[in-house]
Design a protein. Structure first.
Length: 209
């Protein structure tokens, strides 16, 4: 059961980063969703599927941690492990929610669907201190869940998850937003994570985990 849960979670994470990454790359090159459905309708179609794969990814990690509980031998008393895990979850979720509220629509990569809107860096919210709070501090909950359940498999999966999302950021988000920031100013203006960083998920989510 543990290996099935691990395999399903790894497949879910790959489905998440590959679907979102390849879709946004294609949208960035050809604007195929925008041309076919328009900016708002194209964005909403993408957002619905992205939200589903992100939720499936999160649930699959929780299931993995539960079915592989007590496989991590760190010598921590059960109560202390739960407390440490809970702190990591609270800090990570609070940071992710704060960043998402700062980015608003950027959390689901809306900037990929409205390239005519000028992108400007933002140093509001957690971006005042962190360049990429969603993909760094915002990922503490996955580690917290693994620690709270004492799951060695969950901890390994959490590390894989963060490496995958950071690769997604460097290959998809970062090139897109660097290009947009250098584009001539347009009437519409949207903030993206700035100096202090995607706008989009972190831009997700983006991003969710």
């Amino acid at each position: 059961m543990i290996w099935i849960a691990l395999g399903y979670h790894l497949a879910s994470r790959l489905a998440y980063v590959l679907y979102v990454g390849l879709t946004l790359k294609r949208q960035d090159r050809t604007a195929y969703l925008t041309r076919r459905y328009g900016v708002e309708a194209g964005f909403q179609r993408f957002r619905r599927v992205a939200a589903f794969v992100m939720a499936n990814d999160a649930v699959s990690l929780a299931v993995l941690c539960l079915v592989s509980a007590d496989t991590l031998r760190v010598g921590l008393p059960r109560g202390l492990a739960i407390a440490v895990g809970a702190v990591l979850v609270v800090v990570g979720v609070a940071t992710k929610v704060w960043a998402a509220r700062t980015l608003r629509d950027g959390y689901y990569w809306r900037n990929f669907f409205a390239p005519d809107e000028q992108v400007v860096p933002t140093t509001a919210g957690p971006y005042r201190w962190l360049r990429n709070p969603m993909y760094t501090i915002g990922y503490l909950p996955v580690f917290g869940l693994a620690i709270a359940t004492s799951s060695a498999f969950g901890l390994a999966a959490a590390l894989f998850d963060q490496c995958a999302i950071l690769a997604f950021y460097h290959l998809v988000e970062k090139p897109h937003f660097e290009r947009l920031r250098q584009a001539p100013a347009e009437p519409g203006v949207r903030s993206v994570p700035g100096s202090a960083r995607p706008p989009s998920l972190d831009t997700a989510p983006g991003q969710p985990p």
